[in-house]
Ligand binder design. Sequence first.
Ligand code: FAD
Length: 285
Amino acid sequence: MDNPRRAAILKVMDFDTDIAIVGGGLNGPTLALALAQTGQRVTLIDAAESGPRAVPGFDGRSYAMALTSVRLMQGLGLWEALEENAQPMLEIKVTDGRAGEGPSPFFMHFDHAEIEEGPMGWMVEDRHLRPALLAAVDAESRIIQRNGARVVAQEPDGAGITLTLADGGTIRARLAVGADGRSSGTGRRAGIKRVEWAYGQTALVCAINHELPHHGVAHQFFMPPGPLAILPLTGNRSSIVWSETTENAKRINALPDEEYLEVLRPRFGSFLGEISLAGARYTYP
Ligand SMILES: Cc1cc2nc3c(=O)[nH]c(=O)nc-3n(C[C@H](O)[C@H](O)[C@H](O)COP(=O)(O)OP(=O)(O)OC[C@H]3O[C@@H](n4cnc5c(N)ncnc54)[C@H](O)[C@@H]3O)c2cc1C
């Protein structure tokens, strides 16, 4: 005799995809590629259209990728192409100081020669990393992309999970992964609690050209209002992540480029010679 609950059971076992990933920023596509390579069917969902996420020009953003992240990119088959434009970080120097006074004579120093595995990490620009990930996702037939699709609800059950999109559509998966950034709605809807506190700081972010070579050295200066990171990029360029009190950052960011550099120069010092902007300026958050 037919099981009267057969239709309901079949519906529950009917999946659009094995794994639905909410968020197509950096972590979502990376995980999607890794899962697809193990044979899983993946649906990668992002509220944004893919165009703005794959901007080809240099917008000043870059990432310090630690050795483990580089190994991940190697495993995904992406590193060979990324390495051409990546800058190895050979040393990291951490010190404190005050604007105009230069760094303290005491500093922490990490040298790649001590780890015997190559550089401490690599600087990779967003304009190279993001398109490489998205091109690999495009080429992977096991990944279905749903761009311009915002997930607004999720309902887990005994067999899987149903995601509801803002347009009313649904996606049913065996498993859903939240890769939807620091305000993750997936996490909130799943009841994952988190503790947050504000530092009252905002990071001013840009890339600069400088006169003298950086020799692959990354610097982190701890200043009274917040840390200043100077991270080497290819050529005579560095990425700047410059944390200030939110009030200071707002004021500095409103300045025209040349005045902005005038504020940066005494914090930066003269060890890289003359500096100029090499891309757009940003603030986070
Ligand atoms: C100034 C700065 C410098 C940094 N430097 C480094 C560094 O040197 N090295 C490093 O490793 N990291 C660095 N980071 C951190 C790094 O940028 C983040 O950890 C990383 O971008 C997070 O990626 P993600 O994919 O998790 O999230 P995100 O890149 O935030 O992507 C989340 C995606 O989810 C989508 N989304 C959100 N909600 C929904 C929804 N409801 N439905 C569908 N889609 C949704 C969004 O559209 C977005 O595309 C830096 C960050 C900042 C701000």
